[in-house]
Design a protein around this ligand. Structure first.
Ligand SMILES: C[S@@+](CC[C@H](N)C(=O)[O-])C[C@H]1O[C@@H](n2cnc3c(N)ncnc32)[C@H](O)[C@@H]1O
Length: 373
C-alpha cells in the first residue's frame, strides 16, 4: 500500500489529470455531506470518542462514505453513492484503499479528515504510525496567520495540515518532510484541496538547502521526551527533553527568516521550576534575535507516580520498543538527574527583533489542560 505513495514522492508532484480527479473526488464527497458531518466532531479525537454517534447516520449513502473513509470499516462498493464509485479504483491505485475481489472497499490505514476548511488524509493512530496528525497539529493550525501573498516554510510538515491551512493565504508554502511516505501524502492532500502553491521537499531539515527566505516559519516537530537509549517512532521522538529537533530548527533561523520574519511552533518539554529555564533555553537556541511569546496551555507535575509520568511511560511502551519497566526507569532517572518538576505543553510565536526577549503567558494550570487552555 505504501509503495505507491513513495512513488509519488519521487516525482514530488502529481500529473495534471490526478490533480483534476482528486478535486472532483473532494466535490463528490461534499455533495453527499461528508465534510460537515466530520466537522461536527473536530477537534476531539473523533476516531476514538465519537464512533457511536457516527453509527447512527440516517442517510445510507453518507453513512457508507463515513464508514469507509473515516471509520475504517469494510463497505460493499454498491452501498457507496454513485458519484463516489468511479474514484475507488484510482484511490486503490494510489494506495489509499483496498478493493477485494468480491467488491468490498476498505481504508483501514488512512482517515480522511476535515478540519478548518481542509480535507486531510492521515494515518489512523497505531503503535507504528508515521503519517501523524494529532491534537497539537490542530493547535498549531489554529494559531498560524500568514499574511496574504507571503512565503511560508513548514518544517516537519507530515501529511500537511498546517501547510494546507497556510497555503490558503500565502503566495507559496514550502513543506520540508523527511519521511517520503508523509511527503507523498502531503502531495495528495494538496491536490485534494486544489492548492497549487505548495512545494513539497523530502529532506532532513538539518541540512536542507532552500531557495530564498520566508516571511513565516511553522513547525510541529517530533516533541515527545524520549530517553536517549529508547527507540521511538520518528514522528514523535523529540530526544531526552523533547526539544532535539526544535533546537535544530531554531539554530537555522538565520538561514530561513526574512528580516521581519515570524515563527510559530509547538512543544512539549520539561522544566525545573515554573517557566524558567525552559523559556530561556528556547530563546538562546535561536540563531537570530527574536521577540518571543510562549503560551503555556498545559502544565503537569511529572514526578514518578503522577498521571503525566504514567502517560509518558505508556507512550514509550506503545510507540517505542522498550518494555514498561525499562521505560519507567529511564524516564525516572532523567527526571531525577535534571531536577525536573513539570511537563509543559506550549506554543511559541515570535518575530525577529533587535531587542530579544521571551515572555511567558501561563494558562497551564487551567482545568482543560493539553493543547487548548
Ligand atoms: C509531530 S509530526 C508533525 C506532522 C504535521 N506537521 C502535523 O502537525 O500534523 C513530526 C514530523 O516531522 C518529521 N520529521 C522528523 N524529523 C525530521 C527532520 N529531521 N527533517 C524533516 N522532517 C522531520 C516526521 O517524519 C513527522 O512527519
Amino acid at each position: 500500500m505504501n509503495e505507491n505513495l513513495a512513488l509519488n514522492v519521487e516525482e514530488r508532484s502529481l500529473p495534471e489529470s490526478d490533480l483534476r480527479w482528486l478535486a472532483s473526488f473532494a466535490n463528490a464527497l461534499s455533495s453527499v455531506g461528508y465534510q460537515p458531518t466530520i466537522a461536527a466532531l473536530f477537534p476531539l479525537y473523533p476516531w476514538r470518542q465519537e464512533l457511536p454517534r457516527l453509527a447512527n447516520i440516517p442517510r445510507p449513502a453518507l453513512a457508507a462514505c463515513v464508514d469507509l473513509f473515516f471509520r475504517g470499516k469494510k463497505v460493499p462498493i454498491e452501498e457507496l453513492p454513485a458519484g463516489i464509485r468511479p474514484f475507488l479504483p484510482k484511490l486503490a491505485d494510489l494506495g489509499m484503499l483496498v478493493i477485494s475481489p468480491s467488491g468490498v472497499a476498505s481504508a483501514e490505514r488512512f482517515v480522511l479528515n476535515w478540519s478548518h476548511g481542509v480535507l486531510l488524509w492521515h494515518e489512523r493512530p497505531s503503535a507504528t504510525m508515521t503519517l501523524y496528525f494529532g491534537p497539537e497539529s490542530v493547535a498549531l493550525g489554529l494559531r498560524i496567520d500568514p499574511e496574504v501573498g507571503s512565503r511560508v516554510l513548514d518544517l516537519c510538515a507530515g501529511p500537511g495540515f498546517q501547510t494546507l491551512v497556510a497555503a490558503r493565504k500565502a503566495r507559496e508554502v514550502v513543506a520540508v518532510e523527511i519521511n517520503p511516505a508523509a511527503a507523498g501524502l502531503l502531495t495528495l492532500n494538496a491536490a485534494l484541496n486544489q492548492l497549487t502553491n505548495i512545494k513539497v521537499i523530502c529532506a532532513d531539515l538539518v541540512d536542507v538547502q532552500l531557495e530564498g527566505r520566508f516571511d513565516m516559519l511553522i513547525a510541529n516537530p517530533p516533541l515527545v521526551p524520549i530517553p536517549q537509549d529508547i527507540s521511538y517512532v520518528l514522528c514523535g521522538d523529540g530526544g531526552p527533553d523533547g526539544l532535539w529537533v526544535t533546537r535544530k530548527i531554531l539554530g537555522r533561523l538565520d538561514d530561513w527568516l526574512t528580516e521581519t520574519g515570524r515563527i510559530h511552533f509547538v512543544g512539549y518539554s520539561y522544566d525545573t521550576s515554573a517557566y524558567g529555564p525552559l523559556a530561556q533555553d528556547l530563546s538562546s537556541a535561536c540563531s537570530v534575535d527574536m521577540d518571543l511569546l510562549m503560551v503555556v496551555t498545559g502544565t503537569f507535575d511529572c514526578a514518578e507516580g503522577t498521571p503525566a509520568f504514567a502517560q509518558l511511560v505508556s507512550s514509550l511502551v506503545m510507540h517505542g520498543k522498550a518494555d514498561r519497566q525499562t521505560s519507567s526507569v529511564e524516564i525516572s532517572n532523567y527526571i531525577k538527574a535534571h531536577d525536573i518538576k513539570w511537563l509543559h505543553c506550549f506554543h511559541v510565536s515570535g518575530q525577529r527583533s533587535s531587542a530579544p526577549r521571551i515572555s511567558v503567558l501561563d494558562f497551564g494550570q487551567t482545568d482543560y489542560g493539553g493543547w487548548f487552555a
